[in-house]
Design a protein around this ligand. Structure first.
Ligand SMILES: Cc1cc2nc3c(=O)[nH]c(=O)nc-3n(C[C@H](O)[C@H](O)[C@H](O)COP(=O)(O)O)c2cc1C
Length: 186
């Protein structure tokens, strides 16, 4: 596909030194040329409150416009207490409303999780796929990415130093590009 595909990358961690942000930056670097990936920030989003549906905060509107203007979504998240971070769930909720106007609808997606622990955020990775069903985000099944001991994969500058992981993530991004093309909304 010659056309550029705009991908909204959402990082589930808000902290400056986030490993998951390092992973997201690496995925951006490894993406095939026809994908244009940009991180869409979620930390500024006020907690979703249905009372505000008819007078939404400017940050909600800007976020919804960014997602609506993207062709696909890519989530890179840590695991918090065996599930997804609250900030990430909030972003999903903000984007899903007002009812019937969800900006997620039909955007092809994929999930990557990373953790310093052995199981690589498996719980968060799979919990995130549950709202995807209702939000109609077709989630790429394979390859799965659970990056365990992820703090050891990067140097002080946030550069990926493990060549095997680099190769694996490159393959993941190629599969993701094909998934997005195959599932793009017409
Ligand atoms: C509130 C909280 C809950 C956490 N729960 C888990 C967990 O369930 N599983 C896990 O592997 N790591 C857990 N961690 C550790 C995170 O994986 C670790 O802090 C990681 O570096 C967070 O990702 P980040 O570097 O992208 O911010 C938790 C951390 C916090 C702050």
């Amino acid at each position: 596909m010659a056309k550029t595909i705009n991908v909204a990358v959402i990082v589930g961690s808000l902290r400056k030194g986030s490993i998951n942000r390092m992973v997201a930056n690496t995925l951006i670097e490894l993406a095939p040329a026809d994908l244009k990936l940009d991180i869409v920030e979620i930390g500024q989003l006020q907690l979703y409150n249905q009372d505000l549906d008819d007078r939404p905060p400017a940050e909600w509107t800007a976020f919804r416009e960014r997602i609506a203007g993207s062709n696909a979504v890519l989530f890179v998240t840590p695991e918090y207490n065996r599930s997804i971070p609250a900030a990430l769930k909030n972003a999903l909720d903000v984007g899903s409303r007002p009812y019937g106007k969800s900006v997620w609808n039909g955007k092809p997606g994929a999930v990557v999780s990373a953790s310093p622990s052995a199981i690589g955020g498996f719980g968060a990775n799979h919990h995130l796929r549950q709202p995807f069903v209702f939000l109609n985000i077709p989630a790429m099944p394979q390859p799965e990415v659970y990056l365990g001991f992820a703090h050891k994969l990067f140097d002080q500058q946030g550069k990926l130093i493990n060549p095997d992981t680099r190769k694996f993530l490159q393959g993941f991004m190629q599969a993701y590009a094909a998934w997005v093309v195959a599932n793009a909304k017409s």
